[in-house]
Design a protein around this ligand. Sequence first.
Ligand code: HXC
Length: 258
Amino acid sequence: KAFEHIIVETRGKVGVITLNRPKMLNALSFGVFGEIATAVDDLEANDSIGCIVLTGNEKAFAAGADIKEMQPKGFIEMFSNDFIAIRGDRVATCRKPTVAAVSGYALGGGCELAMMCDIIIASDTAKFGQPEITLGTIPGIGGTQRLTRAIGKSKAMDLCLTGRMMDAAEAERSGLVSRIVPSDKLMSEVMTIAEKIAEMSLPAAEMAKRAINRAFETPLSEGLQVERDLFRSTFALEDRLEGMAAFIEKRKPANKNR
Ligand code: HXC
């Protein structure tokens, strides 16, 4: 498919979506969100893909929603053609594992988009923030919710009320980011991680992801029950039988994603 604002590639079992509006620091227009949604649809439907990477460029993952596009809009336009209508949350609903590779600015909608991914890997130049307050608005696609769950109330309030940026070290310390890597190694490290995930049994990875995501939606007892049911379900997988046999026979498992 031809995309205007993003580049989509498959590298082995990994699908890579690269935001490609460098002159605007990858500002997320409605069109960009729509293209990301289509790319996720395609990669999710592609049986040879086991992990999806979302990235930007060295200077910016994404500096937020496109302020020039948003500025003239009124309530009814944003209400009836909002970020949900354009499937702006498509990355969050993806069944397959997703990794955000963040270098430079991840601000506003950019930070929110990164937080829709399962794992955030940051380069040492990464800067995260929710500066919407400085524009007289607030986060609109998960910033007040996912950030609060990721880093706690005090820091989420700090970021959303002052609009300040958080560097990679603070983001890792706070639990937003799982690892920091040197800027020039970001993509190679992220590809290593994504390839490793893509080698696993895909249904098992999807079950692990689904179980972890339940932790955000349910009381502990309910989440534990979901985990137990999914754990038992893995005993219906050929990959589970093969994985355990391979361990016992001291060899690598040959996953069939079944
Ligand atoms: C539109 C943007 C943009 C954005 C940058 N640009 N961010 N255009 N929307 N979010 C454009 C600039 O206008 C400029 O275009 C070019 O990209 C380069 O940016 P500069 O500002 O010149 O770069 P620099 O001085 O390095 O500053 C980088 C920056 C700054 C600190 C990241 O660009 C910035 O503050 N951007 C806005 C960040 C922000 O407020 N994001 C939240 C958006 S609201 P020209 O044509 O002048 O060269 C939001 C709501 C989410 O995300 C709701 C749900 C999705």
